[in-house]
Design a protein around this ligand. Structure first.
Ligand SMILES: Nc1ncnc2c1ncn2[C@@H]1O[C@H](COP(=O)(O)OP(=O)(O)O)[C@@H](O)[C@H]1O
Ligand SMILES: [Mg+2]
Length: 363
């Protein structure tokens, strides 16, 4: 067990003040963070925030404009991509169409000078790992999208990289398959013990799969933490907005004491709640997640009167919009009783929430 802990804490990748400028355009401001050995690490952010650029610098396809990248403690600056023990899986599988699956997986091993027997054994292992052993002799075009992505994974894992980079590898797959592949990827990471650096713009994917998530926005790190840290304790408005759904209410910050702020809300009441980056006398945002609002109101919580303005039945959940006069609140209610009663549009209702569920955030 002791060893597990030390392995978990060791650094697989160190990103130190790394930035990237393309012809005068700053794609990535200087960022600094570590990726741990053996972790499923996700870079999450909207399109254009610099995720691919960062991966390409780790792989060695791009040079950082400033800063240094270390792999297992060694500076990578002068090491070309093929000498780094890093492999990449892309969104488009980039398999060789004229080669069989076996040949596709063996290709990189041949280039590394692996002997024939060792190569064959490794290819067989990899096919088994991704449950494709029956298809060894097929060509890529005879496979479904999900099967091709499995082969692309097998090919990237075959040379035993220290780090596997995955650039939106599931985005070309349909929803059902994407969800199944999440579990497969997570299992693969645990089985192989290889550090995975996974890039996605899909917050649900990131929450589902990751040990830790680095949220990128506007070319910089917005927050780095576990999925629960990021969802429950967002460090700013950008993160609260990008990860999951939330209600934002603009508030006046009356006072701040340590981690707590007292604010005056547009719902007509004053409340104290956990704060990040606000100061007394200023403006801020109160964030409350739709599933943390009780419908109907629960005793002991902060109550707000309103009217049901709309209801969307989604099977497991119903999403309501409750008009409180000053603001509209989105409320998500789990349908935990079969054919549970829907609230009707126009119906007066009281909702409630606990101050513990509220976050007060700076812009
Ligand atoms: N080779 C390049 N030359 C110029 N601009 C680039 C180049 N590669 C990426 N960019 C720009 O850098 C920004 C970040 O791109 P990218 O890393 O691909 O974002 P993401 O993967 O998060 O969508 C984008 O604005 C993109 O247009
Ligand atoms: Mg990208």
């Amino acid at each position: 067990m002791d060893m597990d802990v030390s392995v978990q804490q060791a650094k697989a990748v160190e990103i130190k003040g790394v930035s990237k400028v393309f012809g005068g355009y700053q794609a990535l401001k200087p960022v600094t963070f570590d990726i741990r050995e053996n972790e499923f690490f996700t870079l999450l952010g909207p399109s254009g925030c610099g995720k691919t650029t960062l991966l390409r610098m780790i792989a060695g396809f791009e040079q950082p404009t400033t800063g240094a990248i270390l792999l297992r403690g060694a500076e990578m600056k002068d090491l070309p991509p093929h000498k780094r023990r890093v492999n990449t899986v892309f969104q488009s599988y980039a398999l060789f169409p004229h080669m069989t699956l076996e040949q596709n997986i063996a290709f990189g091993l041949e280039n590394l000078g692996w002997a024939k027997d060792r190569r064959a054994a490794r290819v067989a292992d990899m096919l088994r790992l991704v449950h494709m052993e029956k298809f060894a002799g097929r060509k890529p075009q005879q496979l479904s999208g999900g099967q091709r992505q499995r082969i692309a994974l097998a090919r990237a894992l075959a040379p035993e990289p220290e780090v596997l980079l995955l650039d939106e590898p599931l985005s070309a797959l349909d929803l059902k398959l994407r969800q199944a592949m999440r579990d497969e990827l997570r299992t693969l990471q645990r089985q192989t013990g290889i550090t995975f650096v996974f890039v996605t713009h899909d917050q649900e994917e990131a929450l589902d799969m990751s040990d830790r998530i680095c949220v990128l926005g506007d070319g910089e790190i917005q927050q780095l933490g576990t999925p629960a840290d990021i969802y429950e304790e967002p460090s700013n408005r950008f993160v609260a907005d990008f990860i999951g759904e939330t209600n934002f209410l603009e508030v006046d910050v009356l006072s701040v004491e340590g981690d707590e702020a007292t604010v005056s809300t547009p719902l007509g009441m004053t409340l104290s709640a956990a704060q990040k980056r606000v100061s007394g006398g200023g403006r801020g945002w109160m964030s409350i997640r739709p599933e943390k609002i009780s419908l109907p109101a629960r005793p002991g919580e902060i109550a707000v009167d309103g009217t049901i303005e709309g209801a969307n039945y989604l099977g497991g959940y119903t999403h309501y919009v409750v008009d409180t006069g000053a603001v509209k609140l989105r409320v998500s209610k789990r349908n935990n009783v079969s054919r549970s009663r829907m609230f009707e549009t126009g119906q007066p209702i009281t909702v409630s929430f606990a101050a513990e569920s509220v976050r007060i955030l700076g812009a």
